[in-house]
Design a protein around this ligand. Structure first.
Ligand SMILES: [Zn+2]
Length: 409
């Protein structure tokens, strides 16, 4: 299925366009790679003259982009099917065991492993070379990620509330176990959400992340029910716990919004990645801006749940960092990150296309990971947002060499 060709240590990739996004888009350009790192980017013929010893690969009528980033997904759920939009968020959560679709005699680990493999394969097919992966099956997903060509932060997910409080203690040591860490796999931690953990547990996660300098993430302000749950432990999310037979009240309601709640627990005083933030007030935006927070917006998942318009453009204009994610295949048709950008382009056609691409690319690409699309127009970034093209190939830097990893079609 995939072919890999190792080449020399000084390499020059040229194409009709190079856009490393942080800088200007260049025509008839090239990227020079030395020891697996981006060493220079510029005019193709100039780079050829300056580096006659580099091995040149001409990619022709194409655009070289940095390897794309999917900042929020759950690879272990990649064999789920989103299907029609659910009647409510709680119904969707309660439908998860059915969506995961474990056969009577199938071992859970085998199912999650197969799902994770599918997810990794999809990432590469759609040009994603870095993922923020949320995982509750860390013992399954981490060895697979470690062996895969992807760069990943594996956020070990912890949950546990009410009668299921003890689940938190079981999951926590597994979540922060770094025995699978490598130069491409970073171990992170994610307290799942304000409605699946008690405040003390979230506080402990923040403290641990701080002590061990772990990447930290949380699902925040995803549904309108979250605030009601925080304020009075009532509403649809309380009913969800009751339907699961696990409700038991715990101390600590919070009189405020989910974003204010996050602030009160120290989550905004740490570079926590906040998934969704679909519901926020003007005052919340102020808090997020002051914290220089990072928000992951998952456009197709957002549409699937019929949330009101996301405030991503206001966030960007206030200096809040916004990145995109696909979320899982249980709420999104696939892990095609460019399809997320296409939806944003459709929702905000006046928004600069280069700035849309920024939401799925690293701020300062250093690793020589590239996603290459065939293009034919004079406005290739727009052309790709207005087509349904998939990448022609992906190049990944491994062990000091940039390797052509896949050639689609
Ligand atoms: Zn998620």
């Amino acid at each position: 299925m995939m072919s890999s060709t190792a080449t020399s240590r000084k390499q020059l990739l040229t194409a009709s366009w190079v856009a490393l996004i942080d800088s200007t888009i260049r025509r008839d350009a090239g990227v020079l790679v030395a020891d697996g790192k981006i060493a220079a980017c510029g005019d193709a013929s100039q780079l050829r003259r300056d580096h006659p010893d580099a091995e040149v690969t001409e990619l022709g009528s194409a655009i070289i982009l940095p390897g794309l980033v999917n900042a929020h997904t759950h690879l272990e759920l990649s064999s789920c099917a989103a299907g029609e939009s659910p009647t409510s968020f709680v119904d969707w959560i309660l439908s998860m065991p059915r969506r995961i679709g474990r056969e009577p005699n199938q071992r859970a680990d085998a199912l999650f492993a197969e799902s994770t493999r599918l997810g990794i394969e999809q990432c590469l097919r759609f040009g994603v070379t870095s993922v923020g992966d949320i995982s509750q099956q860390m013992h399954v997903t981490r060895p697979l990620l470690r062996a895969s060509p992807l760069r990943a932060i594996s956020y070990g997910e912890v949950i546990g509330l009410g009668k299921r409080r003890s689940r938190f203690e079981e999951l926590l040591p597994m979540a922060i176990d770094d025995s699978q860490a490598s130069d491409r796999l970073t171990i992170g931690l994610t307290p799942h959400s304000p409605y699946t953990l008690e405040p003390d547990a979230i506080r402990r996660c923040v403290t641990l992340a701080r002590q061990r300098q772990l990447p930290l993430a949380i699902h925040l302000a995803e549904t309108p029910d979250e605030e009601e749950f925080l304020r009075s432990h009532s509403g649809p999310l309380r009913e969800m716990w009751e339907r699961l037979g696990s409700w038991e009240d715990f101390p600590g309601t919070f009189d405020g919004t989910p974003v204010q709640f996050a602030k009160s627990l120290g989550l905004l005083d740490y570079p926590t990645v906040l998934a969704h933030v679909n519901y926020c007030t003007d005052a919340d935006l102020d808090l997020l801006a002051k914290a220089q927070a990072t928000v992951v917006y998952c456009p197709r998942t957002h549409r699937y749940f019929n949330h009101p318009p996301h405030r991503w453009r206001e966030m960007l204009s206030r200096g809040i960092k916004v990145v995109v994610g696909t979320d899982s295949c249980a709420s999104s048709p696939d892990l095609n990150i460019v399809a997320e950008l296409r939806l944003l382009h459709e929702l905000a056609p006046e928004h600069a296309v280069q700035s849309i691409w920024k939401l799925a690319t690293p701020p300062t690409p250093r690793h020589a990971d590239f996603t290459v699309f065939d293009v034919s127009s004079d406005d290739p970034l727009r052309e790709l947002l207005e087509s349904d093209r998939v990448p022609g190939e992906v190049w990944l830097s491994r062990d000091g060499t940039c390797i052509r990893f896949s050639k689609n079609g």
